[in-house]
Design a protein around this ligand. Structure first.
Ligand code: ADP
Length: 162
């Protein structure tokens, strides 16, 4: 039985995240999507509750998924819930360099393995940073973010810049 965590900030969730989640769910018995409360390196766009809601709504079709938030280290959260592995997506060689360090540290510190999934070419270019830039300029987001999120993001970015 494999219980794994897919950790991240998901601020905002993108279609790349959803694609990764559905592929990861197919590999595990239980997949916990963990929204790290202190992961956000930049300004917060959606609250943790909003991110949970969006992810829950758009993963309803997957029966083995849980969406939760956590604070502190991912390995501590993994131990707490009895997860044996982490799942991360790889979009680029920059991702790989960063992820390699994290994966080695997590394996040494907590004997937790990281499973990497190569991003799908259609959604590989999507990042939360790109979404923020487009939203800031009220650009079209419907092919990048889950349905219904476009307007919320426009409004949020507009408020930030008032
Ligand atoms: P973090 O802030 O920890 O990088 P993110 O919220 O940006 O977390 O992403 C969470 C996970 O989703 C990471 O493993 C990241 O590589 C993966 N991911 C993000 N965007 C994509 C995408 N477009 N395609 C595949 N995986 C992605």
């Amino acid at each position: 039985m494999l219980k794994a965590i897919l950790p991240g900030s998901f601020d905002p969730p993108t279609l790349g995240h959803l694609e990764l989640i559905s592929r990861a769910a197919a590999l595990c018995d239980t997949l916990v999507v963990g929204i790290g409360k202190n992961f956000s390196k930049k300004q917060i766009l959606l609250s943790i509750e909003e991110r949970i809601q969006v992810l829950r709504k758009h993963t309803k079709n997957l029966s083995n998924i849980k969406i939760e938030s956590f604070s502190g280290l991912t390995i501590d959260f993994a131990k707490k819930i009895g997860a044996k592995a982490l799942v991360r997506g790889l979009r680029s060689s920059q991702d790989l360099e960063y992820e390699r360090e994290m994966a080695e540290a997590n394996r040494k510190l907590a004997k937790i393995e990281t499973i990497f999934l190569i991003a799908e070419s259609d959604t590989r270019g999507l990042s939360s940073r790109l979404i923020r830039e487009i939203a800031q300029n009220r650009g079209p987001l419907s092919s990048f973010v889950p349905r219904g999120l476009e307007k919320v993001l426009w409004e949020r970015m507009q408020k930030e810049h008032e």
